[in-house]
Write a protein of this length. Structure first.
Ligand SMILES: C[S@@+](CC[C@H](N)C(=O)[O-])C[C@H]1O[C@@H](n2cnc3c(N)ncnc32)[C@H](O)[C@@H]1O
Length: 250
């Protein structure tokens, strides 16, 4: 089983935006931003780093309540969307089109987050470098919040599904065939999208560490896990598909 490379190749495509917009609603972003603010435990005015900000749906909401947000994304299209979103809301966010790994050791942020499956699409060394960089950007005592998929719950869900899962929106179909590769510790999704009669296929590989692995990965970068829950503070159990970690920089 080969790992993905260290080159980021899991950009959000036009198809992703099409199929996501039905469940990535404004209400959901409002709820997630509120949840994140609670987890960060910081006062407005704090400097916060959004690693892999995407279209800025979370960053603009934090900025709107007074946080000093820097949003970083390797995908130029996403940064353009984020800029448009901030302009439409009349909020100011510092957007940076770059890889999180190239942030440098600023150490000035009061808090940071990797929200909504942003971490894990690279090979192990590169994924590790993302955590190193996020950690290095934090002042001592600052929180890092990570929102990802929970390995145990995902494996259970795949077993229960026992086959491909299709989503049909406006007559267009996205079909995911998922498995968990125990050797590489990755969720492997074979995704076929059929739009306007044209089928495209791609494979996504997302590293899903166990909770114990997460603690060790983060500790290597001077981050101590303080809490591990599911969405909205729900207790984590074997069926939870979402894992939300709060770690603190030593
Ligand atoms: C699944 S999207 C989530 C976006 C956003 N955090 C949200 O909650 O909507 C992941 C984003 O992370 C970005 N990303 C992933 N790895 C990155 C890296 N190493 N440096 C910068 N951006 C990265 C991708 O380009 C993508 O826009």
């Amino acid at each position: 089983m080969t790992e993905p490379s260290g080159e980021f190749d899991a950009r959000f495509t036009a198809d992703d935006h099409f199929f996501h917009r039905h469940h990535l609603t404004n209400e959901r972003a409002d709820d997630e931003a509120a949840e994140l603010i609670g987890l960060l435990g910081l006062e407005p005015g704090a400097r916060v780093l959004d690693g892999g900000c995407g279209d800025g749906r979370i960053a603009v909401r934090l900025s709107a309540v007074g946080f000093d947000v820097t949003g970083v994304d390797v995908d130029q299209d996403q940064i353009v969307r984020a800029e448009d979103s901030a302009a439409a809301r009349g909020v100011k966010v510092t957007w940076r089109h770059m890889d999180v790994r190239d942030l440098g050791e600023d150490s000035a942020f009061d808090g940071a987050y990797l929200w909504f499956n942003t971490w894990g699409f690279l090979d192990d060394a590169a994924n590790d470098a993302v955590l190193a960089s996020m950690s290095a950007s934090l002042r001592h005592g600052a929180p890092l919040v990570i929102d990802t998929l929970h390995r145990d719950g995902v494996v259970r869900a795949i077993d229960a599904e026992a086959g491909p899962v299709s989503v049909v929106i406006e007559g267009e179909t996205q079909t995911d065939s998922s498995r968990f590769d125990a050797t590489s510790g990755r969720l492997v999704v074979n995704r076929i999208v059929e739009r306007a009669g044209v089928a495209t296929e791609r494979v996504l590989k997302l590293r899903l560490p166990s909770l114990e692995e997460w603690a060790a990965l983060l500790e290597r970068h001077h981050l101590i896990v303080e809490s591990a829950t599911s969405r909205a503070g729900a207790p984590l159990d074997a069926d939870s598909q979402v894992l939300v970690l709060v770690a603190r920089r030593l």
